[in-house]
Ligand binder design. Structure first.
Ligand code: G3P
Ligand code: MG
Length: 357
């Protein structure tokens, strides 16, 4: 990373600012770049392609390992994004690896949720697709579904020949991690209610709820469709209200992602490390505890999530709101006012560079 980020010529001064970009509704809609994002992001690099301004992507999305997302973003934006510059909603899950050392855990969501968890260091992971496929009739609606659930290696999970990697009929699930937006809500709500109500063994009697984690709590987000789409927070509400109806106790869970202030603290630390890699001479004598930026801009489209989070995190965070996603207002958001409101991410970068450089 240091080699890729370091400057080959005379060392310029270390920038006194960093930038965190939200992805959905700011950089992309679906997989398509928006708001002039490719050319705007390129302005943060020198002509030789090395990073000039410390920045990262701080998204509540996910579903693929950060390394893979970095490659996808590099391709879409035409610059070299390092995995260290990608923070997903699920990224803090890696801090929980020791807690679930040899425990069977279930990974939920679009993309490759199990691969994400294995990449973080978890050892016994099954995706909810794979897990559900071993329990005959667990989803009474499965025969009516027109699609066939497949693993990334194209093993047909509906096939009789597939055997579980773990004894799922004996071994209790010890943790459930919602990594990215769930795909088959109906099946997932049913199977998660089973796991969470029975102490981790569908079909058995009632038992203690295993820990449940959500990578974020976005009610809505901006995808390719013109109006907002229901996000992980909407799924959480559905699961929570159903669980609370079918049990005589409340669902317990922890949600990560923006607007939690610790997400912003972690992002500030990553930006600090990036800045040190770009300018090794700026390494402080003691361990990095505090960032040394005078401003860190959070460029986001969702007032409740991105702007609220940056406001809660406080200085040096400075929120910038774009009009390419959830927010479409003319002026500022009344509840979570940003320091700056612009049309696009390109306008945001132009304003930031004009002010700072
Ligand atoms: O599923 C993604 C969504 O919840 C938010 O993504 O990039 O706007 O934080 P982002
Ligand atoms: Mg967004």
């Amino acid at each position: 990373l240091a080699r890729r980020l370091s400057h080959s010529g005379a060392a310029p001064a270390r920038p006194s600012f960093g930038i965190a970009f939200d992805i959905d509704g700011v950089i992309l809609r679906g997989r398509s770049p928006i708001g002039g994002s490719p050319q705007a992001i390129r302005r943060l690099y020198s002509e030789d392609g090395t990073l000039k301004i410390p920045f990262l992507f701080l998204t509540n999305g996910g579903g693929v390992p950060e390394q893979k997302r970095a490659l996808e973003l590099s391709e879409i934006l035409g610059v070299n994004i390092s995995p260290a510059q990608v923070v997903h909603g699920s990224s803090p899950y890696k801090e929980l690896v020791n807690r679930f050392e040899n425990d069977l855990i279930i990974a939920v969501g679009k993309g490759e949720p199990a691969a994400v968890m294995v990449d973080y260091g978890f050892r016994k992971v099954l995706s909810i697709d794979e897990y559900s496929s071993y329990f005959k009739d667990i989803d009474p609606l499965a025969p009516f579904k027109k699609w066939i659930v497949q693993q990334p290696d194209n093993k047909n999970l509906m096939s009789e020949k597939v055997h579980p990697s773990y004894d799922v009929f004996e071994e209790r699930v010890k943790g459930v991690f919602v990594v990215s937006d769930p795909v088959d809500w109906g099946r997932d709500l049913q199977v998660l209610c089973d796991i969470l109500s029975t102490g981790g063994l569908p079909g058995s009697g009632r038992g203690d709820q295993p820990p449940l984690y959500f990578a974020s709590d976005d009610l809505e987000y901006q995808a390719a469709f013109p109006s907002e789409r229901l996000g992980m927070g909407a799924f959480r509400i559905a699961l929570e209200s159903i669980f609370n109806q079918v049990n005589d106790h409340q669902l317990k869970y922890i949600s990560y992602g923006k607007p939690n202030p610790f997400v912003f603290k972690n992002a500030a630390n990553i930006l600090e490390k990036l800045a040190i890699c770009m300018h090794p001479s700026s390494l402080p004598t003691k361990e990095v505890e505090e960032h040394r930026f005078s401003t860190i801009y959070m460029v986001g489209d969702n007032p409740k999530v991105d702007i609220n989070g940056a406001l809660k995190a406080g200085p040096p965070w400075s929120p910038v709101l774009t009009r390419t996603g959830v927010f479409r207002g003319k002026d500022n958001d009344p509840q979570y006012p940003a320091d700056l409101v612009v049309d696009t991410v390109e306008d945001a970068i132009n304003c930031i560079l004009e002010k700072e450089c």
